[in-house]
Structures are given as structure tokens and as C-alpha cells.
Design a protein. Structure first.
Length: 292
């Protein structure tokens, strides 16, 4: 990876255009479907196994979704989560549960969750990219869908990324110039991180940067991996427009580290309307929120 820093091309100049207004792709926002399969009424042990299994591929689960999938009441699911929480197997969140605060599923695991929702988010987020733009894209499951969309639409763009899968998706497009950051490789995230990565990002300017994370609260964006947090900050520091992409499973999820306050974002692209207090905090921070 270090060789890429030595042979990096001269700094691309960001293409100056008026910011594009993000527009929802649909007038009716359907509710997210539970990713746990529907089944007949389950006994307690089986429900516990399924809740833990779901959290291996999704950072959070919702009580209402689980109750519908399991064929039980929301009170029953709350008791299940209380029991798992008391054993340190899950953490309670607003309206659901999360994996323990210090752990996040790998990008491979996350790629199989909330696929339809993330595809809708990518379809809206891509509207922020104008032909000729310089774009920074963070490694991640949601941003991977954005990279696929950019390649499919053949947009003329320069992409600076720390994500190997994102570079591979865009590298096949004849209209995309891809600059891959140097750094220490993480198989868990399929990306590179560390001081070399952040220093390299500091050499460039971008029209827009895209990232996601494990959660968002009124205090800001949250995540579990400090190395990933530093790369997100470095990208947003160098971009004129800073877009955070997230599905509803991340609403009000408080993880180990605050990546950045809400005021550091310019746009949120989500698959469902934000909860009331979180929506108010986003408005107060001057963020434009668009529901895909």
C-alpha cells in the first residue's frame, strides 16, 4: 500500500459547481422490514438465539420488528432483551438492542443487512455528485452501494478512498479515476487506516465526502473503531460538502466514540424520518435531511 503514496498523481482540482439539491426518490416512505424471518411463535431460548444471531450482521435490532417476526408481544421481546442484557450479551437501546458497545459486525456481515434500504439511500446520495467532481468515499457497507451506483451510471469523477472494495467497484469504470489511500489494512473493514491514511487525505481537496458509521445521536455520529473514526474526520475536514448516509437501525445508537458533532455534517440521507428529538437536533445544527 505504501507504494501508492509514492506514485500518487498530482492533486486533482475540485470541480466547482453549485451544490445539488438531494431529492427523495419516492413520495411514500415504506417502513423497513424486519430482517429476522417470520416464523411461528418461538420459545424463549430460540428467540434469544435469533436476537444474538441478528446482531452478528446488524449493529442494532428493533423491538417492534422482533415482536412481529417472532409472533409475540413487544413486552415479551423487552423481557428477552433485558435477560440478554443482564448477561452482557446485548446492550439496551432506545426501542431495541445493540451489539456490545465495543464491537461492530465486519463489513462483510453488514453487506448482507438492510440491502434495499441502503440501495435507496445510495440512489439519493449520488445526486450530490456532479460530472468532474472530486469525491472522498469512506470504506463501509452503505458507501459500497454508492460506489456500485457511481460505476453503473458511468459518472465522470475522481474518487479518493480508503476502501478496497470501493476501489474495485469503481476501477472498472472508464470514467472514474480512483486514488487509493495508503495505510494499514483491516480485513474486518476491507479498508486501510492509520496515520499514513489520514496524512495522505490531507493532501487533497474534495467537493463532497460520503461516510457512514455505527450510530447517530443528538450528540453526534458514533462508532466503535478509533482508527475508522480518524479517517472519517480526515475526509470531512477536506470536503466542502459532508454527507452522512444511514439506515434507521442507526438512529439513537450510542457507541464507544463520538466521531464528530452533528454541526460537522451538511447533509443526512436516511431511509426513514428521524425520531423527533434527533430531527430537531439535526435542524438546529443546520443539516439538510432527505428521506430516500
Amino acid at each position: 500500500m505504501s507504494g501508492s503514496a509514492k506514485t500518487a498523481p498530482s492533486k486533482p482540482a475540485p470541480h466547482k459547481t453549485a451544490p445539488a439539491k438531494l431529492v427523495s426518490r419516492q413520495s411514500v416512505k415504506p417502513g423497513a422490514k424486519a430482517s429476522v424471518r417470520n416464523s411461528d411463535r418461538l420459545d424463549r431460548d430460540e428467540r434469544h438465539r435469533r436476537i444474538i444471531g441478528e446482531l452478528q450482521s446488524n449493529p442494532t435490532v428493533r423491538i417492534s420488528h422482533l415482536a412481529e417476526a417472532f409472533g409475540v408481544s413487544t413486552e415479551t421481546v423487552r423481557r428477552d432483551i433485558d435477560s440478554l442484557s443482564s448477561r452482557g450479551l446485548v446492550e439496551r437501546t432506545y426501542g431495541g438492542a445493540a451489539a456490545p458497545m465495543g464491537r461492530e459486525p465486519s463489513v462483510r456481515e453488514r453487506n448482507t443487512a438492510m440491502v434495499a434500504e441502503r440501495q435507496r439511500i445510495a440512489a439519493v446520495a449520488i445526486q450530490a455528485i456532479a460530472p468532474g467532481d472530486v469525491v472522498m468515499i469512506d470504506s463501509g457497507a452503505t458507501t459500497h452501494h454508492l460506489a456500485q451506483r457511481i460505476a453503473a451510471e458511468g459518472i465522470e469523477v475522481t474518487v479518493i478512498t480508503n476502501g478496497l472494495e470501493i476501489a474495485e467497484e469503481l476501477g472498472v469504470s472508464p470514467n472514474a479515476r480512483v486514488i487509493l489511500c495508503p495505510g494499514a489494512y483491516s480485513a474486518h473493514e476491507k479498508g486501510v487506516y492509520g496515520q499514513d491514511t489520514c496524512d495522505f487525505l490531507g493532501r487533497f481537496h474534495a467537493n463532497v465526502a460520503f461516510t457512514s458509521a455505527g450510530g447517530i445521536t443528538e450528540s453526534g455520529v458514533t462508532d466503535v473503531d478509533s482508527n475508522a473514526c480518524w479517517v472519517k474526520r480526515a475526509m470531512f475536514k477536506r470536503a466542502e460538502r459532508r454527507i452522512f448516509m444511514m439506515d434507521n437501525a442507526k438512529f439513537n445508537v450510542r457507541l464507544l466514540e463520538i466521531v464528530m458533532p452533528l454541526a460537522d455534517l451538511t447533509d443526512l440521507v436516511v431511509d426513514r424520518p428521524l425520531p423527533e428529538k434527533l430531527a430537531e437536533a439535526a435542524r438546529n445544527a443546520g443539516i439538510i435531511t432527505v428521506v430516500a
